[in-house]
Structure formats: structure tokens, C-alpha cells
Design a protein around this ligand. Structure first.
Ligand code: DON
Length: 595
């Protein structure tokens, strides 16, 4: 098989690239993100194979997936095994108390399906549930402590979890192995424990105020009163027992039996809203993927209630109106164009997006070529557009959670799935006796008029809370095909709104700039989300000339440590696979040989 040109770079090469001061003409094509783990070089994040590939944000999860491929399982078995495993090793990002989306491509029929197992608002939820008569968040306390930001922290932040039903139903319909087989690795890791790694240790520290408050969480993530440290073992016996129960009985116990009762009891302890009726009536929804075209490629992605796929396609359509042949992927001309395209798409996100089962969402218009041409009429190559052209202004916040898994099996079937508990460790509440970290997905709704969520995102009336409604998401499991429908790539990322920008830029790096996947994933990224009106720029990603030019065009620049954590698999023209995990985080691909 042909392996694309590898960019051989180690930490010193990265420093060299960062420190080079060059003009656009001789600027290196890419400026590469330095691996977050300084002991590894970027090539450690790439694996090639002629068989199957699983790419997840923790090596144990990729390995769990590949074990299924080795047993004769397919991409769905691998993705579900990796999902349960990552629930155990990334409780800060996803888990049985969360939800997600899954995009599936069946090689034999070229049929593409998407499944929505995202959390839904409890039936007792209502548009103004978090605010008092002055429009401020109500004062909610737990054990005498004020729970600030109640859509993010504590029991009232929790929406009805969908992950378990989603994974169990999808695996039952599309997998080849038994549920017990695909869950075995997750059970073993929960039972025996795994060494705490850098990112989880620092996330426990970041969220310790809330993880300490809830005794059920404190007893898992702390040792002798201190947050677990890198290298210590994180053992999750209750979670192992819950996983065992699911492996033996499917999702019934979780939604109708003893697990549901424990979740509801936990809700009652802290003023949460979920009751047994909410649990019993949870439904997975199959939706129709959103599709687009970009210069000879087909794009297939997640439709509303995710905004992700729609905006990736909307932005590609805007970019297609311009000739990018000679544009430099690091130059100010391109970064200005990219930010303006992002600004326009994110303004639409705030205005137009919500759960399509509750409000009308103009997906067809937003993804049409004509609409993109219309939006680009106001694009000015010499000036940044004023975001106020569209509406109000808002603050921001950051987090490192959510996770994405990309799989292609030896038959060419593919899965891309993005899963989350929302902010780091979700609500920080573990349902006592289950080991399950409960989500804080309610924060993805408009919870306060004129406010923004933990990611600084502004949404409108269409995303108001209502019983049974799904909060708007940015999660964008995406696949790229040739114009003949041959699978080229599966990708996705965490990062809240930055998911959309990370997926867009990685896809463009491959489709437009023909970068090898390793380089496409590691090229530095920018992000603009309309409000706040600033381009977020990864540290050291711009040289002085580019920075100065963007400022002179009227942009505001804001530094950010990293944007996204892409997990991607590419299928080369000879059928060989390349898997790449983003060195911004902790992933590593795993491959299964051809049989
Ligand atoms: O669904 C969404 O868009 C968010 N709940 C995702 C949150 C996320 O990616 C957090 N990661 N940094």
C-alpha cells in the first residue's frame, strides 16, 4: 500500500518551524501543532493498515475496538466496544450518563444512516426553569453550598441520558458480535482500573470544586482527599457492575430497572428533574444525514439537532465560491476568508438552529449553493465584517471534553461517532451506586435570555428548553466520499463550537491543500464563532506578518491553547488505511491486519 509522505517532525523541528520568520511566499505550507505530550513525536499518533482501523482518544479504547475486528466483528462492533471503553477511560468527556450521534456507512449498499441518541430535556423542564423574575439564575444550593451556573453544575443540569440505548440498539441491529463480547473490554478496564493520565488528572483538578461537593463523585476521583494524580490507578467498581448488568440484559435495566431507579433517586437528592417516566420513554431517533458537495467530493454529516454537519457544508459552499488554487493555507488572505465564512455560519447557528422535531430549521436553504453565494456578497477581502451586523454580544469559556471515534473495517464499512457528557465531567454528579457521571447537556439550550453557554455560544428562541426537546449540538461526525461515492475519510472532534471549525479545517487540508492526513490533523487551526467577535488562534500558529495583516483587516485575535482533538481515518486509493489521532490530546489509532 502507498503511505502518504510523512511529515517527519519531532519537537525540535516544531520549534524550528515556529521560530522561522518568513513572508507568505516562502512561508512553510503548514505550521504544526506541537504534540501536547512532549515525550511523543507526531508520528506516534499515526498507524497504517491494510485491514481495519479504529481511532479513538485513548489507546485502550482503540484497542478495544480492534479486538472486535480481530474477532470477526464489523465497524459497528468496533465502534460500540470503543465507545463503552472510552466511557470508562474518559469520564470527563463521555459516558453512560451522556449521549451522542453516530454516522454509519454500509460498504455493500453505500447506504448512510445517522442515529441520534443525544440527551433530551426531562418532561418537567421548561423554558425559564433556571431563571428568576429578574432573568438571573435562581439560587440553588447543595449541602449548603451555592451551585453557581446551574445549567452546567449539579443535578438540575442533567438531561435524560441516551448513550446506552443508542449503543445497545445500534449494535443489536448492525453488529455481528454479542453485546457481552463488545462490552467485555470496558468491563475489564473499569474493574481492574487504568493509570490516570495527564489530561484526566488536570481535569479533576479543574472541576474539583464540584466533584468534591457530591460525595458519590468524590469517592471515585479523589484519594485521601486529594484529586487522583497522574500514574495512580482509577478503579470504577460500581461502573463495572453497571456495565455488567447492561451486557447481560441490554438497556432495559438502565431505562426501566434498578439503574433508572438509582439515577432518579440521585435526581431527588439534588433537585434534578428526571423521573422514571423520562427514563422509560427515552427513544433513539434515526435521522437523514445532511449532504453536500465540495469540488468533486461528497460530504455526509450529522443533521439537526446538531448544527455541525449543516454548517460544515454551508462553510464549504461559501469557500467553493472562491478560487483557492494559489492561496496559502497559512496566509492572512486564507485565514481572513476562513474567519468570515465561520462568522456567517455561526450567526446562522444562533438564529436558525434548534431541534427539528420542535421548531422549523431551514437545513436545505442553509446547505444550498445559492445561499452560500448570497452570504458571500458581503464578503470584503480588505475588511472584517462587523458581527453586530447580525446581533448582540457575549462572553466565552473553554473546556476539554467530549470525544470522537472513527472506524473503518476490513469490508469498508465505516462509523464516525461523537459522544459527550458536555462540559468536563458533565454536571460533576455521579448517580450514587452506579459509577455513572451524569451529563450537563441542558447547558446546550438557551437557558437565559441574552446569555451564552459555557462555550460562549449564543442561541435563540428556536433552542429554548421544552419537555422532551433535544438541545442544539455542534457534534459533527463526518464522512467524505469521492463524487462516485467511494469512502475517502471519516473524521470528527470534541471542542463544543470548535468541533465545527476543527472538522472543516481538517477536511479542507485534505481536500483542498492535499496534505497527508498526519499533517492535515496537526496543522494549526483557527476558530471564529460570530460572537464573541474574535478569531481564536492556537498558540504560536501565526507569524508576525500574518498577525499584523489580520489586525489591519479589522479582526480581533484571541489566543487559545488548542482547538479540537480530531480522530480520523483515511482510505487511500489503493484501499490502505491511515489512522491519525490528534496530538493535542491522548489518542492513538489501532489497526487490525487484513484477514
Ligand atoms: O453537543 C455539543 O455541541 C456540546 N455538548 C459538545 C461539548 C464539547 O465538545 C466539549 N468539549 N470541549
Amino acid at each position: 500500500m502507498t503511505i502518504p509522505r510523512l511529515i517527519r517532525f519531532n519537537f525540535f523541528t516544531v520549534i524550528f518551524i515556529f521560530s522561522a520568520c518568513v513572508t507568505v511566499a516562502d512561508m512553510p505550507l503548514t505550521r504544526l501543532y506541537a504534540p501536547a505530550n512532549k515525550n511523543r513525536v507526531a508520528e506516534d499518533y499515526q498507524v497504517t493498515s491494510d485491514g481495519g482501523m479504529v481511532v479513538a482518544a485513548h489507546p485502550l479504547a482503540s484497542k478495544a475496538g480492534v479486538l472486535m475486528l480481530d474477532k470477526g466483528g464489523n465497524a459497528v462492533d468496533a465502534a460500540v466496544a470503543a465507545s463503552f471503553a472510552i466511557s470508562v477511560v474518559r469520564p470527563q468527556s463521555t459516558g453512560l450518563g451522556g449521549g451522542g450521534f453516530l454516522l454509519y456507512h454500509e460498504a455493500s449498499s453505500k447506504h448512510r444512516r445517522v442515529f441520534d441518541f443525544r440527551e433530551r430535556a426531562p418532561r418537567k423542564a421548561s423554558a425559564n426553569m433556571y431563571v428568576d423574575e429578574k432573568g438571573e439564575y435562581k439560587k440553588i444550593t447543595f449541602n449548603g453550598k451555592l451551585v453557581t451556573d446551574p445549567p452546567v453544575n449539579g443535578h438540575l443540569a442533567v438531561a435524560v441520558p441516551g448513550l446506552v440505548k443508542g449503543l445497545v440498539e445500534i449494535q443489536k441491529e448492525l453488529g455481528k458480535l454479542t453485546l457481552a463480547e463488545v462490552m467485555a473490554p470496558a468491563i475489564e478496564i473499569a474493574d481492574k482500573g487504568f493509570p490516570v493520565y495527564r489530561a484526566i488528572a488536570s481535569e479533576i483538578v479543574d472541576r474539583q470544586e464540584w466533584l468534591r461537593l457530591y460525595p458519590s463523585s468524590h469517592k471515585i476521583f479523589f484519594k485521601d482527599g486529594q484529586p487522583l494524580k497522574e500514574g495512580e490507578l482509577l478503579v470504577q467498581k460500581d461502573l463495572a457492575a453497571t456495565l455488567r448488568q447492561i451486557a447481560a440484559t441490554g438497556s432495559k435495566e438502565f431505562y426501566e430497572g434498578s439503574v433508572a431507579k438509582k439515577i432518579v433517586a440521585e435526581m431527588e437528592r439534588g433537585g434534578g428533574l428526571i423521573d422514571m417516566t423520562d427514563m422509560r420513554s427515552y427513544r433513539v431517533i434515526e435521522r437523514i444525514p445532511v449532504t453536500g458537495h465540495y469540488r468533486g467530493h461528497q460530504i455526509v454529516s450529522m443533521p439537526p439537532p446538531s448544527s455541525g454537519g449543516t454548517h460544515v457544508i454551508e462553510m464549504l459552499n461559501m469557500l467553493e465560491t472562491r478560487d483557492l488554487t494559489d492561496i496559502h493555507p497559512r496566509g492572512a488572505t486564507y485565514l481572513h476568508l476562513l474567519s468570515e465564512v465561520m462568522r456567517r455560519a455561526f450567526a446562522d447557528r444562533a438564529k436558525e438552529m434548534g431541534d427539528p422535531d420542535f421548531v422549523s430549521v431551514p437545513t436545505a436553504r442553509l446547505t444550498s449553493k445559492g445561499y452560500a453565494r448570497e452570504l458571500m456578497k458581503t464578503f470584503d477581502p480588505e475588511h472584517a465584517t462587523d458581527s453586530k451586523l447580525y446581533a448582540a454580544n457575549f462572553p466565552t469559556g473553554e473546556s476539554q471534553s467530549t470525544t470522537h471515534i472513527s472506524v473503518i473495517d476490513q469490508w469498508g464499512n465505516a462509523v464516525g461517532t461523537t459522544q459527550t457528557v458536555n462540559y468536563s465531567f458533565g454536571s460533576c454528579v455521579v448517580a450514587e451506586g452506579t459509577g455513572i457521571v451524569l451529563n450537563d447537556e441542558m447547558d446546550d439550550f438557551t437557558t437565559k435570555s441574552g446569555g451564552s453557554n459555557v462555550f460562549g455560544l449564543v442561541t435563540g428562541k428556536k433552542n429554548d428548553i421544552a419537555p422532551g426537546k433535544t438541545p442544539l449540538s455542534s457534534m459533527s461526525p463526518t464522512m467524505i466520499f469521492t463524487d462516485k461515492g467511494e469512502l475517502e475519510m471519516v473524521l470528527g472532534s470534541p471542542g463544543g463550537p470548535r468541533i465545527i471549525s476543527a472538522v472543516l479545517q481538517t477536511a479542507l487540508n485534505v481536500m483542498e491543500f492535499k496534505m497527508p492526513l498526519l499533517e492535515a490533523v496537526h496543522a494549526t487551526r483557527i476558530h471564529h464563532q460570530w460572537m464573541p467577535d474574535a478569531i481564536k488562534v492556537e498558540a504560536a500558529s501565526l507569524d508576525d506578518d500574518t498577525r499584523a495583516r489580520l489586525l489591519s483587516l479589522g479582526h480581533k485575535l484571541a489566543a487559545i491553547e488548542s482547538i479540537g482533538d480530531v480522530q480520523a481515518v483515511q482510505r487511500l486509493s489503493d484501499g490502505g488505511l491511515v489512522g491519525v489521532s490528534d496530538s493535542r490530546s491522548d489518542g492513538k489509532p489501532a489497526a487490525s491486519p487484513k484477514r
